[in-house]
Design a protein around this ligand. Structure first.
Ligand SMILES: [Zn+2]
Length: 70
């Protein structure tokens, strides 16, 4: 049994940025996986803001990644 299963979201699905709530295609979003959910960001700018906030809350540091380079 897998440790964690992600919900099946199509690649062209739009997701809301965790910080500014702007909608972006999931394939374009920066992604941070935390303990029990996945956070999406329109860019590393918002990711940095979120992480700065997360640090204050004692959240674990996670690295952003893009699903498809370029
Ligand atoms: Zn944003």
């Amino acid at each position: 049994m897998p440790d964690h299963v992600h919900p099946p979201i199509p690649d062209d699905e739009r997701v809301a940025c965790e910080v500014c709530l702007k909608e972006i295609p999931r394939s374009e979003a920066a992604v941070a996986e935390v303990a029990d959910y996945v956070a999406y960001f329109c860019g590393l700018d918002c990711y940095d803001k979120w992480q700065a906030k997360g640090k204050a809350q004692g959240r674990a540091r996670v690295a952003p990644h893009r699903s498809t380079p370029g």
